[in-house]
Design a protein around this ligand. Structure first.
Ligand SMILES: [Fe+2]
Ligand SMILES: [Fe+2]
Length: 161
């Protein structure tokens, strides 16, 4: 049987899938840690990012199957779970900067093997990852400018039970 997709690209798509599945888990834990501290806004923001990553994983699985490859969903990269809000933001920022690099590399490869459909999909995901980097940088700027305590006050919704 002739494979529809380039084998090297399918391997790269599977490694991106591992990145996404790792991010989903890391962000779910971070989002629930923020919830447990009462930082409702941070909880919602990180939860939304976990859901974005879930869509990315789903789209990658769909694409790999379309290319007649086998999606690997059993591999996770090492997690970087933060112990504080600052660590959470900084660890998630590291993840996002890394995936932006990897999506750019994957787009280059997809171009080389003339797979425009994959170029389009990977570019769509890349733009969303850049939005995640932007978000993390915004949080870091706010912490720097208003101080961690003020930043954290702004993440609560008050004493609502
Ligand atoms: Fe993603
Ligand atoms: Fe992301």
């Amino acid at each position: 049987m002739i494979m529809k997709g380039n084998e090297k690209l399918i391997t790269v798509l599977n490694s991106l899938l591992a990145d996404e599945l790792t991010a989903i888990n890391q962000y779910m834990v971070h989002s629930e840690m923020c919830a447990s501290w009462g930082y409702a806004k941070l909880h919602q923001a990180i939860r939304k990012q976990a859901m974005d990553e879930m869509f990315h994983a789903e789209w990658l699985i769909e694409r790999i199957i379309f290319l007649d490859g086998a999606p690997t969903v059993s591999i996770l990269n090492p997690m970087k779970i933060g112990k504080t809000v600052s660590e959470i933001i900084s660890n998630d920022n590291d993840v996002e900067l890394n995936v932006v690099r990897e999506y750019n590399d994957a787009i280059k490869l997809a171009r080389e093997v003339d797979d425009q459909g994959s170029v389009d999909l990977l570019s769509k995901i890349l733009i969303m990852e850049e939005g995640h980097v932007d978000w993390a940088e915004m949080q870091r700027a706010q912490v720097e400018q208003m101080g961690l305590e003020n930043y954290l006050v702004n993440q609560t919704t008050g004493a609502v039970v």
